[in-house]
Design a protein around this ligand. Structure first.
Ligand SMILES: Nc1ncnc2c1ncn2[C@@H]1O[C@H](COP(=O)(O)OP(=O)(O)OP(=O)(O)O)[C@@H](O)[C@H]1O
Ligand SMILES: [Mg+2]
Length: 210
């Protein structure tokens, strides 16, 4: 028998403590505790409508749980002024790929990719922004020809990749990577499941793989 893994020395990057997400009579999350550590790759699985997106939205502040606590990089995320500089600093450190790509339909792929660069680095010269956008587009596996196309001119898979390229810039550490070194030696994968019960769509999540 192998002994259980030692607890990570560093505090979690994401700490979730009992967020209550309720829509009318429907309780989506309650009694849910979860820690995500630096270098971890976490998958959340569950049937359609069981609360995966609501959980992600709660972490990034697009959904305000009625109770509980969520902390990212040590900063509490709930009940914060959206313009709080500390919160804006945290936002610069994460990247988000939305389920439908969340691309602006009137902007080309390249222009979409440049949106977060414009927002976070307003002083960046246009030529550098365009160069970074072209690089990010290639990194997702799209060809450079995709840059001038509009979202309506893309296939579903291409739209997904364009959404990935448009995810905001990430500057330093994040759960999926280690600063200045390869993520693979210390990274671990974990899967949690969100289950369905009649009264609580998502009940306490439990690790099903480590
Ligand atoms: N703004 C909202 N108002 C009312 N109900 C909502 C709202 N957002 C989500 N829900 C409900 O919360 C539940 C969880 O939705 P969520 O989007 O998290 O599902 P999901 O697990 O991401 O599903 P899928 O795999 O289909 O993307 C669903 O029953 C959904 O109808
Ligand atoms: Mg979803």
């Amino acid at each position: 028998m192998t002994s259980p893994p030692a607890p990570p020395a560093e505090p979690p990057v994401i700490e979730i403590r009992g967020p209550l997400n309720r829509f009318g009579d429907q309780i989506v999350h309650e009694n849910l505790d979860l820690d995500v550590y630096r270098g971890e790759i976490l998958g959340v699985v569950g049937g359609s409508g069981t609360g995966k997106s609501v959980l992600m939205r709660s972490i990034i502040g697009l959904q305000r749980p009625q109770a509980g606590e969520i902390t990212v990089f040590g900063e509490p995320m709930l009940d914060r002024d959206p313009e709080d500089p500390a919160l804006l600093a945290i936002r610069k450190r994460w990247g988000i790929l939305f389920q439908n790509g969340a691309l602006f339909s009137t902007l080309t792929v390249s222009e979409n990719v440049q949106v977060p660069l414009r927002e976070y680095y307003p002083d960046m010269p246009a030529h550098l922004r365009e160069e970074i956008a072209a690089y990010k587009i290639l990194m997702t596996g799209l060809s450079e020809n995709a840059g001038p196309k509009y979202p309506s001119e893309l296939s579903g898979g291409m739209r997904k990749r364009a959404g990935l390229a448009s995810a905001p810039p990430r500057s330093t550490s994040r759960p999926g990577s280690c600063r200045g070194r390869s993520a693979s030696p210390s990274s671990s994968s974990r899967m949690i499941s969100i289950r369905c019960t009649p009264s609580a769509i998502a009940s306490p999540c439990s690790p099903i793989a480590r």
